[in-house]
Design a protein around this ligand. Structure first.
Ligand SMILES: [Zn+2]
Length: 181
């Protein structure tokens, strides 16, 4: 009986752990390395800090294309995630162009196909992001070289599906009308 009670507590503990990661959205600005304010979920902040550090260390300017993405249609407490579960929709992705030494790196040249022609600084940035645990869209089957995300849509689908609607609602309430990319 004791073992059963212990097992039940353990299960409860694990379930609470999964669900207690209540989302928060942040409007982030003020870094010299990012050209625009962004909106991200709290769990993505560590990766933005990695990108910021890598940009600073490699003399790269980050030109933000898009961070948070609002879902289409009416946002209610029971909207369901789309099939692709984009990380942008929960604040766990960012699309960027990089500028190094006056040259602009974007979806046409920041690619695996063009890897050998990229300056070491740009390679350092991409590899540094991946080493920190991020996914780079340049390696997706449908390549998306400007895209970096946390992979939470794959690594923790329970969290994604649990909080998707709530995060979209938070965004509409707090940040939809704040200037940002
Ligand atoms: Zn993207």
């Amino acid at each position: 009986m004791k073992k059963v009670i212990f097992a039940l507590f353990l299960i409860l503990f694990v379930i609470c752990g999964v669900f207690s990661q209540t989302p928060e959205l942040y409007l982030i600005g003020g870094s010299a390395n990012f050209d625009n304010d962004i909106v991200i979920e709290a769990g993505f902040l560590q990766y933005i800090q990695v990108m910021d550090n890598l940009a600073g260390a490699n003399n790269i300017q980050i030109k933000v294309q898009q961070s948070f993405r609002r879902a289409g249609g009416q946002i209610t407490s029971n909207i369901v995630p789309p099939a692709d579960r984009s990380c942008h929709l929960v604040g766990h992705a960012i699309d960027v162009n990089l500028v190094y030494n006056g040259v602009w790196y974007n979806s046409s040249n920041m690619t695996v196909a063009n890897w050998d022609n990229l300056p070491q600084a740009i390679k350092n940035f991409i590899i540094g992001c991946e080493n920190a645990g991020m996914r780079w869209g340049g390696r997706f089957s449908q390549i998306d070289p400007v895209h970096f995300d946390s992979g939470i849509n794959i690594n923790n689908r329970t969290w994604y599906d649990r909080w998707y609607a709530g995060i979209q609602q938070l965004y509409v309430r707090d940040y939809a009308y704040e200037p940002h990319k």
